[in-house]
Design a protein around this ligand. Structure first.
Ligand code: ZN
Length: 292
């Protein structure tokens, strides 16, 4: 396992971690500058942040600073209530692939979606099996396009508490079953993003990481699970403040061949989003060295 204690060469910052300090949306160029200043070599930005700053501007900024993208957030949201919705998702996901290519991202992260309408507060049906089959079809369809453009797709299994509204793929096993069905020759075109927040509790985690192997392990996301967790979405903890044995899980992904960035992804409306960007980034660096 790599020694992270001496430097932060393998730290990446998911830019949602510092996106709205004290309620104010932070411009992505300022986040990039703050990362560059600290020798942080990689980020993973969100599409809306990139759109707000302008794709061309972000692309030239990351090139100027030599900053890599450990991933691009995000594609997915495949299920829909009707054909028009499926088509809209199809088109939007192709645009996400194009943007990821322009930014030279390591992968496009897929949050696959759940029951149509649930995210807005009212699901149009209760058939999660239907959603799962639409997800599979959507990924199969996008995979052709992503392959042509040489952009790997990383399915991110989300914690089961998000099954209705954000992702009906909730375990590594489910995600890898989809990978094996759609990319049986393990070409690295399709894999998983392992986010410790979503999968730490899974009794099959170690075995599924082994099963994934280096061809399928495309991204590794870290934060911590707080007890108690006061908000299902925006109460993620800083590494070291919760109950996840992060080094153990990192040991498993590295033993399976993963050698990429450890990406900090913290949504924290009551704590880390209430602090200065500088303090959050400095804390990420310190915790990356001490508890990741
Ligand atoms: Zn994640």
């Amino acid at each position: 396992m790599r020694d992270f204690s001496q430097d932060h060469l393998w730290l990446s910052i998911n830019t949602a971690t510092v996106r709205k300090q004290r309620g104010v949306e932070q411009p992505l160029p300022a986040i990039i500058e703050a990362c560059a200043k600290r020798g942080i070599r990689a980020i993973s930005p969100w599409r809306d942040q990139v759109a707000a700053a302008g794709l061309g501007r972000v692309s030239s900024l990351v090139k100027t600073h030599g900053i890599a993208l450990s991933g691009y957030c995000r594609g997915g949201m495949f299920p829909a209530a009707d054909a028009a919705g499926i088509k809209a998702a199809h088109e939007d996901n192709r645009r996400a692939v194009d943007e990821a290519c322009e930014l030279n991202a390591a992968c496009l992260v897929l949050v696959v979606g759940g029951l149509p309408g649930a995210l807005a507060g009212k699901a149009t049906h209760k058939d999660i099996a239907l959603s799962r089959s639409q997800v599979r079809d959507g990924i199969a369809d996008l995979l052709d396009y992503a392959r042509q453009n040489k952009m790997p797709l990383a399915i991110e299994p989300l914690h089961p508490m998000y099954a209705a509204d954000r992702a009906c793929i909730n375990t590594m096993e489910q995600a890898l079953d989809v990978c094996d069905a759609l990319d049986p020759s393990r070409t690295r075109a399709l894999g998983v993003a392992v986010d410790v927040y979503h999968v730490w509790w899974d009794p099959k985690l170690e075995a599924q990481i082994k099963r994934a192997g280096k061809e399928r392990l495309l991204a590794f996301h870290v934060c911590d699970w707080l007890t108690p967790t006061t908000d299902l979405l925006n109460d993620r903890g800083m590494m070291g403040d919760g109950v996840i044995d992060i080094p153990k899980i990192r040991g498993w992904v590295e033993a399976a061949g993963f050698a990429g960035y450890s990406e900090v992804e913290i949504f924290s409306s009551v704590n880390w989003w209430q602090r200065d960007c500088a303090e959050v980034l400095d804390t990420c660096i310190a915790r990356h060295k001490s508890v990741v």
